[in-house]
Structures are given as structure tokens and as C-alpha cells.
Design a protein around this ligand. Structure first.
Ligand code: NAD
Length: 339
């Protein structure tokens, strides 16, 4: 069977990881990546010997890339003629402008969380609403926090039914290397409800959600605390069992040393994962508890890598590669090397 051909537009924090993730999928071909400047990521791609072809989004910028020794294989128009799906990982707002080009070349596109929801036909999550993405032209992925949050809530919802959730997001304020954010030393609070709670209800309209968000001056990983009201009672052992069975969730123990966001980052590096990436969210076993029948737990969100599997599920859905949700996510998981 012919492989589905993919371009990644915007080779930044998310784009680099999408490119690596797609390159691992045996039924997909990464035709190349698109950027517009000799960023550190583009320079690193060059120093690695150009494992992916680079195309330039702005023809006038080709000479600037070539002047610093970065080979350019063509323009964005050139690659759009060759692909079935674009994964747009440009900064917020640029995807909406790029959409006109995608329409012109008749390619499907999957946008990331920074774009407005209206950019897409469907607001998408591989586990929670795969079926809605089937055959659609434009999908938008949930943000990093919402992706992990929905993974966990959907996992419990499919077992016991979840009526409502109340969340607190402890959100890293900058990615590593984001020096433009300065040396921050504060905890900043957003008004209730956080967009993640609102977004959860868009994807899972049968669950009532609210929550607050606190920006914290760290660069690796978010932690979300969740209070979930189940339709029937469930005990701690069952909760642990269900989370443990989920290929994109790791149950970790504080007693074993997993006592922080950075312990997970370090563990991913020790596993030899590229860039210290972890696709899985982590649930801290000793932090699972109850308030009456409500389930209380906390998850770690590896913000730079968590959206990669669900974005790849999006390719499977929009290209109608698999009609069945579980068959689709299982293939993504297998090729990404998840249990
Ligand atoms: P980034 O700034 O790291 O990368 C964006 C890349 O796009 C840069 O390399 C930039 O040079 C390139 N670019 C700019 N204009 C372009 C154009 N016209 N054509 C092609 N390339 C262009 O951004 P990011 O953090 O990877 O975020 C991308 C998207 O992913 C955003 O919607 C963001 O909200 C979302 N997201 C980010 C994270 C995260 O942790 N950083 C997590 C989940 C989702």
C-alpha cells in the first residue's frame, strides 16, 4: 500500500518532534520539513547531515539559509505539490494564514493548539473523538495540557463514566531556551475557567469541567491535579489498573524517585529518548486518593512531546487510514515504541 506523504511546516519545538514521530511510522513518508530562518533547530538539522529535506516557506529567505551553509530543497509550494497532509507547527496565527495555501494545493492539514479552533473542521483528540476526524480536511489538536488531561479523563470515562472534573493546572511558563521570557520569579494566576477545562467540554461534551491555572517559573513539564466525579464508585486498585493498561499513561511511584516533573525528564534521558522526550503522561501512584467517591489524582505533562502521538492519530483519521479508533492508536503507539 502507498505510504501517506507528510510535510511538517514550522520546524520548532513541536515540528522537530512531529518530524521524528512521522519518520518512525512505517505507513507514512516524511517528504520534508518547512521553515523560514536559520534557527538553532534548522542549524542542528544541517549539522546532523540533513536527515530531512528542508523547504523554505518564504522564497526571499532561501539565500539567507544558503549563505550559512544550509541546503534548501525548494519552496513551500514545491513540497505542497508532493504531500497528502501538512502538520502545521508554526507559531500561533500563522497556520490560519497558511491554510489558504493548503486549500490551493488541495492538501489536508493538522494545526496545533496555538491556532484558533475555527481554523479547523474538527477539534481533535486521538483517543477521545477519533471518529470525528475521519475523512476531514482540517483538524486542530488540543494543546499539550488538554491532550494529557483528556487522555486521563477519557481513560476513566470509558470504564466508569465521568460526570464532572475540577482541575488545577500548574503550568510551566516557558520552553527551555525561551530566553525572551526573561528571568521570571512569580506565580501568575488566570481567571477561572482555564481554556483546558473549556476545551475538555468541547471534546467530551458529556463531562462538566472547570478549573484554574497557575503559571510557574519552570521550563520542564506541567502538573495537573484533577478531581473527577465518577458515575459509579471505583477503588484505588482499579484506577491504577486502568491507568497502567493505557499505552500513553505511565503509573510512577514517588517512593521509586518519581517525585517531580524533572525526575520524569531525567528518566526519559536515561532511557535514551531523543531530547529527553516522553510521549506518555505520568500518574503519581501515591497521589491517587478519594474525596468521598470523587477520584483525586495528579498527572505530569511532558509539554514538548505529549501532542505527537495524537497528532499522528489525526493523520490516520483524516486520511481514512483506519476507521477503527483502537486500531489507529495502536499503530501509532507501536511505531512510536510505546508499550
Ligand atoms: P516554535 O516557535 O518553537 O516553532 C515554530 C517554528 O515555525 C520556528 O522554527 C519558526 O522559525 C517557524 N516559522 C515561523 N513562521 C513560519 C512560516 N511562515 N512558515 C514556516 N515556518 C515558520 O513554536 P512551538 O513551540 O513548536 O509551537 C508551535 C505550535 O505548537 C503552536 O501552536 C503552539 O501553541 C503549539 N504547542 C506548543 C507546545 C510547546 O510546548 N512548545 C506544546 C503543544 C503545542
Amino acid at each position: 500500500m502507498a505510504k501517506t506523504k507528510i510535510a511538517v511546516v514550522g520546524y520548532g519545538v513541536i515540528g522537530q518532534r512531529l518530524a521524528d514521530g512521522v519518520a518512525l511510522q512505517k505507513d507514512m513518508e516524511l517528504v520534508g520539513v518547512v521553515d523560514a530562518a536559520p534557527t538553532l533547530a534548522v542549524r542542528a538539522l544541517c549539522e546532523k547531515g540533513m536527515p530531512y529535506k528542508l523547504f523554505c516557506a518564504i522564497p526571499d529567505k532561501i539565500s539567507g539559509l544558503e549563505a550559512v551553509g544550509i541546503p534548501v530543497s525548494g519552496t513551500m509550494d514545491d513540497i505542497l505539490k508532493e504531500v497528502d497532509v501538512v502538520l502545521d507547527a508554526t507559531p500561533a496565527g500563522i497556520g490560519e494564514k497558511n491554510k489558504e495555501k493548503y486549500k490551493k494545493f488541495g492538501v489536508k492539514a493538522i494545526f496545533q493548539g496555538g491556532e484558533k479552533n475555527e481554523v479547523a473542521d474538527v477539534f481533535f483528540h486521538g483517543y477521545a473523538n477519533y471518529e470525528k476526524g475521519i475523512g476531514k480536511n482540517f483538524l486542530k489538536l488540543t494543546s499539550c495540557n488538554t491532550t494529557g488531561l483528556i487522555r486521563a479523563v477519557d481513560c476513566l470515562d470509558r470504564i466508569v463514566g465521568i460526570e464532572k472534573v475540577v482541575i488545577t493546572i500548574i503550568r510551566r511558563v516557558a520552553d527551555p531556551g525561551d530566553t525572551h521570557r526573561g528571568l521570571v520569579d512569580l506565580l501568575k494566576i488566570d481567571p477561572i475557567p482555564s481554556h483546558q477545562a473549556v476545551d475538555l467540554m468541547l471534546i467530551m461534551p458529556h463531562v462538566k469541567a472547570t478549573g484554574i491555572l497557575v503559571h510557574t517559573p519552570v521550563t520542564h513539564g506541567h502538573i495537573i491535579t484533577i478531581v473527577a466525579t465518577p458515575k459509579r464508585e471505583i477503588n484505588k486498585e482499579e484506577v491504577i489498573e486502568e491507568f497502567s493498561k493505557h499505552p500513553r499513561i505511565r503509573v510512577v511511584r514517588i517512593a521509586d524517585g518519581f517525585d517531580s516533573n524533572t525526575s520524569l525528564f531525567r528518566y526519559a534521558r536515561d532511557l535514551g529518548r531523543p531530547r529527553g522526550d516522553m510521549y506518555e503522561i505520568a500518574v503519581f501512584e501515591e497521589a491517587i486518593g478519594f474525596s468521598d467517591k470523587d477520584i483525586v489524582f495528579a498527572i505530569n505533562i511532558p509539554q514538548e512531546a505529549v501532542v505527537i502521538p495524537e497528532t499522528i492519530d489525526g493523520i490516520r483519521a483524516c486520511m481514512n487510514m483506519q476507521k477503527d479508533r483502537l486500531e489507529a492508536v495502536a499503530l501509532t503507539n507501536e511505531y512510536l515504541g510505546m508499550k
